[in-house]
Ligand binder design. Structure first.
Ligand code: CTP
Length: 454
């Protein structure tokens, strides 16, 4: 966007000054907010190009957005213009390609149901969608529509697909909608979109600089310690619920993700208590003795050990795959086959440890404590994960879908989405669990455990 003053003028933002930005605007009632967003980017010193769908022009004038961005708004995939550009390039014919290469970040706000479907389907019927296919930069998609449209599985599936492509989806905000209904579907406020865009750009820059996938290094080559002296409680592995002395109910969790988190937290300076269900893993040695390990077997034992250490913890990472049910009457002696044919087991519920921790945190007003849980979902992942986030009073939930390739219990890699109580969502690519633990800890530590934040 126009920069008529040299250097870093007042109001310029280090993360955005001089950066190249595409703002995709599609045709919904919230399109008017795109003007404020364009203005925020312009003030921060970014250079912007607005791409509007045809129907967006019914809601906001291209002249308004063109004036704010200092560039003519583009709509058609083949805009009017010379077939060759000044440098002899292919000009209007391949504008979508050059824009895709030019941009440091592409923000689509508002993204209507129609535009989401087109993006998810790989359509290239407008400058906005064609450029999205060409773009190499991070994409931030901000859906906006009516409540029931937003909740529709078709829209949610499309959002899921966009996350799979590596796009960042900013969930719609809740409130009064243009239809008069109340619910989820509002475009987040321009300031919130601006903040997320800024964050995304910084994260991308860090990744390009090689800072992702491991604890960041200082210039002196040391690992900074954002969790120095913090107490971190991690649970890991499965639980084992006895039927009799020689049999039990369990699940295939290996504990790898929880152990990786414990190690990543210790490397960041934390004093870690690791409550581990039955696993063959060794306590990570690289953590210089900063991990105290407590081995447990059953959900009840995990419950006791976790509750004992929870009150003093600054951060709790609940990665264990706790059994939800345990045999109600375990036998002291080995169960014999007998003559009765089938065996019926009566199972009773185990305590939901994480829900209790969330409730304690809330009722005892442990406000500086942060709580991260996992949500293992085979279907309706985002919906179920968000429900767990709210019901268990979590700060973050890590959505884990074991049915996707390269995720879940078995493999050493995982693909997850981190969903925050503040509405942020980030889908990570498939990563080794140790690298993923670094990413998760960096997010958690940078937002809530910098020295200034507490
Ligand atoms: N959890 C827990 N205690 C339990 C069950 C689960 O603390 N008895 C924690 C897990 O460690 C995880 C989160 O709750 O961090 C979600 O676990 P998950 O198995 O995905 O879901 P549940 O809450 O058990 O719900 P559902 O079985 O209905 O999916």
């Amino acid at each position: 966007m126009p920069d008529d003053s040299p250097g870093n003028a007042p109001g310029r933002d280090d993360a955005l000054n001089g950066r190249t930005l595409l703002l995709g605007v599609s045709g919904g009632i919230a399109a008017y907010k795109a003007a404020s967003l364009a203005r925020l980017f312009e003030k921060a010193g970014a250079e912007g190009q607005v791409l509007m769908t045809e129907s967006a022009a019914r809601f906001i004038s291209p002249l308004t957005l063109g004036t704010l961005s200092g560039r003519e708004v583009l709509t058609e995939i083949f805009p009017e213009g010379p077939e060759r550009d000044e440098g002899g390039g292919s000009g209007a014919w391949t504008k979508h390609v050059s824009l895709g290469l030019w941009a440091d970040l592409f923000v689509v706000a508002p993204a209507t149901a129609q535009t989401l479907a087109r993006l998810a389907g790989g359509f290239c019927d407008s400058m906005l969608t064609a450029t999205a296919l060409s773009a190499r930069c991070p994409l931030l998609v901000c859906p906006s529509m009516d409540r029931d449209m937003y909740a529709h599985p078709a829209v949610q599936d499309n959002l899921e697909r966009l996350r799979d492509y590596g796009y960042t989806v900013m969930p719609a905000a809740e409130g009064e909608l243009a239809s008069g209904l109340t619910g989820k579907g509002r475009l987040p406020e321009p300031e919130a979109i601006f903040a997320r865009a800024r964050e995304l750009l910084s994260e991308h820059d860090d990744a390009e600089d090689g800072n992702a996938g491991g604890p960041e290094q200082t210039e002196a080559g040391e690992t900074p310690r954002p969790l120095a002296d913090r107490r971190v409680l991690v649970t890991a592995g499965p639980t084992r619920e006895p039927l009799d002395p020689v049999r039990h109910l369990t699940n295939p969790s290996t504990g790898t993700m929880g152990f990786a988190l414990a190690e990543a937290a210790a490397q960041r300076g934390a004093r870690v208590t690791l409550v581990a269900g039955p696993t063959s893993l060794d306590t990570p040695a690289a953590a210089n003795g900063r991990i105290e390990r407590i081995d447990v077997e059953t959900a009840a034992e995990m419950h006791t050990a976790t509750r004992e250490h929870a009150a003093g913890a600054d951060l709790i990472l609940m990665a264990a795959a706790v059994a939800d049910y345990t045999p109600a009457d375990p036998s002291d002696a080995k169960l014999k086959k007998g003559d009765t044919g089938d065996l019926t087991l009566r199972l009773e519920r185990t305590p939901d440890i994480l829900a209790e921790l969330g409730e304690d945190k809330r009722s005892e007003n442990r406000s500086p404590q942060r709580l991260l849980g996992f949500a293992l979902e085979t279907h309706d992942g985002p919906e179920n994960a968000r429900r767990k986030l709210a019901e268990k009073h979590l700060d973050w939930v890590v959505l884990n879908s074991p049915t996707q390739d390269g995720s879940g219990f078995g493999p050493d890699t995982n693909r997850v989405t981190l969903i925050g109580r503040d509405g942020t969502e980030e889908t990570f690519p498939q990563l080794p669990k140790r690298a993923l633990a670094d990413r998760l800890l960096d997010r958690v530590a940078s937002h809530h455990f910098s020295r200034d934040a507490v």
